[in-house]
Ligand binder design. Structure first.
Ligand code: 6PG
Length: 479
């Protein structure tokens, strides 16, 4: 009998192709399938010497090439195409077989698909995969959801091909049904926030301190040797150093300033709203992209008045880059704290048992937000698994407290000079909101009770109350 494959990949565009090659390079026999045969053929032609591939040119041939339990990784466009591929393969599979969706699916779709396939005796594993094309080939961060049982067969394969940090795989079973895709969604939300904060740092260094892009690249390279050491800072320095060959201008000056988005950041914010979790750093990052893309609105607003202050000079200029580093660090802690709180809220809403320390640990390598900083988050949750927010954990608390003078000064410089810093500003407002002893929400409750008899609770007595605002004596009664 001919050799069977331990796993199959269907959907051989660049991500699927690279995952298949990664699996083969690690010694696993991989069955290959694609809607158009050409992609299957060209993968084998170009990369056939990297490992054992079994090309299949029909769904049945693909399924027959797999050992049991069959494990099929689907790497196609999220939405309808994923449903179509599932429907193509599910009827050919047998109880206990596993279908893996490694695309960026919405976790609610994953929950729906998992339930439907479970009823047909199949395992469905929605898996977050981060790291782009390069990660898929050389070691991504992998976030599988689905049943524990499916992880028993799939886990060793995925751990094998994932990135490794200190010898540990950047892959862990996240939790049941849609947990993997939920965590990947929040990863992307944090990615948006992190990118926005870095972009604001660039804008400040240029607008307030007058640095050229190449000089800012050097500043980022220096930061990348310290606590901000991360993939995103590293690539930012490369992008800023790059000079456009056609014009000789900095690359960043010839690119249209309208940031696009595929949708995972928007999902994160929508779900944050549904769960009632203040993920303002992620939300501002999504809105900043929307604002950048609102071309007619922006052109109508050209010429609106702004402050007439001159950029920084003297001592303020000298310390400014350090101040921005502190502001970036503190704002980043806030964005991650909010993201982890969202995972916590999702876990409690959907009944997932998610280990936040493990999530931080598998984000240390392979993924887009990989950073030295995630070692500290891993350690914070190891010290205190029930940590309410990263901001109160020892190391972060001290670092943010120490950073706050610079943080406040950077935000006020931005405000005075009219440089938009929604990410820095909202992070600081969140920090001040959280640590406030009393919030003006008491007044909001008064307003709600006044116009809508919505009632309020008192600080000194149990129960709900209403004040008869329309009467002369404004008597209060329990409601
Ligand atoms: C990753 C990335 C990846 C992709 C995002 C970017 O983790 O590998 O997050 O999933 O780059 O889809 O999305 P936007 O187009 O929305 O910026």
């Amino acid at each position: 009998m001919s050799k069977k494959a331990s796993i199959g990949v269907t959907g051989l565009a660049v991500m699927g192709r690279n995952l298949a090659r990664n699996l083969a390079r690690h010694g696993h026999t991989v069955a290959l399938h694609n809607r158009s045969e050409e992609r299957t053929r060209s993968l084998v032609e170009q990369f056939g010497d990297e490992g054992d591939f079994i090309p299949a040119y029909s769904a049945q041939e693909f399924v027959d090439a797999l050992e049991r339990p069959r494990q099929i990784v689907i790497m196609v466009k999220a939405g309808g195409p994923t449903d179509a591929v599932i429907e193509e393969f599910a009827p050919l599979l047998e109880p206990g077989d596993v279908i893996v969706d490694a695309g960026n699916a919405h976790f609610a779709d994953t929950r729906r698909r998992e339930k439907a396939l479970r009823e047909r005796g199949l395992h469905f594993v929605g898996t977050g995969v981060s790291g782009g094309e390069e990660g898929a080939l050389n070691g991504p961060s992998i976030m599988p959801g689905g049943s524990k049982e499916s992880y028993e067969s799939l886990g060793p394969l995925f751990e094998d091909i994932s990135a490794k940090v200190d010898g540990e795989p950047c892959c862990t079973h996240i939790g049941a049904d849609g947990a993997g895709h939920f965590v990947k969604m929040v990863h992307n939300g944090i990615e948006y926030a992190d990118m926005q904060l870095i972009a604001e740092s660039f804008d400040l260094l240029r607008g307030a301190a007058g640095y050229a892009p190449a000089e800012i690249a050097d500043v980022f390279r220096t930061w990348n040797t310290g606590r901000l050491d991360s993939y995103l800072i590293e690539i930012t320095a490369d992008v800023l150093k790059h000079v456009d060959a056609a014009t000789g201008k900095p690359f960043v000056d010839v690119v249209e300033d309208a940031a696009e988005q595929k949708g995972t950041g928007r999902w994160t914010v929508q779900i944050g709203l549904d769960l009632g979790v203040p993920i303002s750093g992620i939300a501002e990052a999504v809105f900043a992209r929307s604002l950048s893309g609102s071309k007619p609105l922006r052109s109508a607003a050209q010429g609106l008045g702004g402050p007439s202050r001159a950029p920084l000079t003297g001592a303020a200029l000298e310390t400014f880059a350090d101040d921005v580093e502190q502001a970036l660090y503190a704002s980043k802690v806030v964005a991650y704290a909010q993201g982890f709180n969202q995972i916590q809220a999702g876990a409690s809403e959907y009944g997932w048992d998610i280990d936040l320390g493990r999530v931080a640990s598998i984000w240390r390598g392979g993924c887009i937000i990989r950073a030295k900083f995630l070692n500290d988050i891993t350690a914070a949750y190891a010290d205190e698994p029930g940590l309410p927010t990263l901001l109160t954990s020892g190391g972060f608390r001290k670092a943010v407290e120490d950073a706050q003078d610079s943080w406040r000064s950077v935000v006020s410089t931005a405000v005075k000079l009219g440089i938009p810093t929604p990410g820095f500003s909202t992070a600081l407002a969140y920090y001040d909101g959280l640590r406030a002893d009393r919030l003006p929400a008491a007044l909001v409750q008064g307003q709600r009770d006044y116009f809508g008899a919505h009632t309020y609770r008192r600080v000194d007595r149990e129960g709900s109350f209403h004040t008869a605002w329309a009467t002369e004596d404004r008597t209060e009664s329990p409601s």
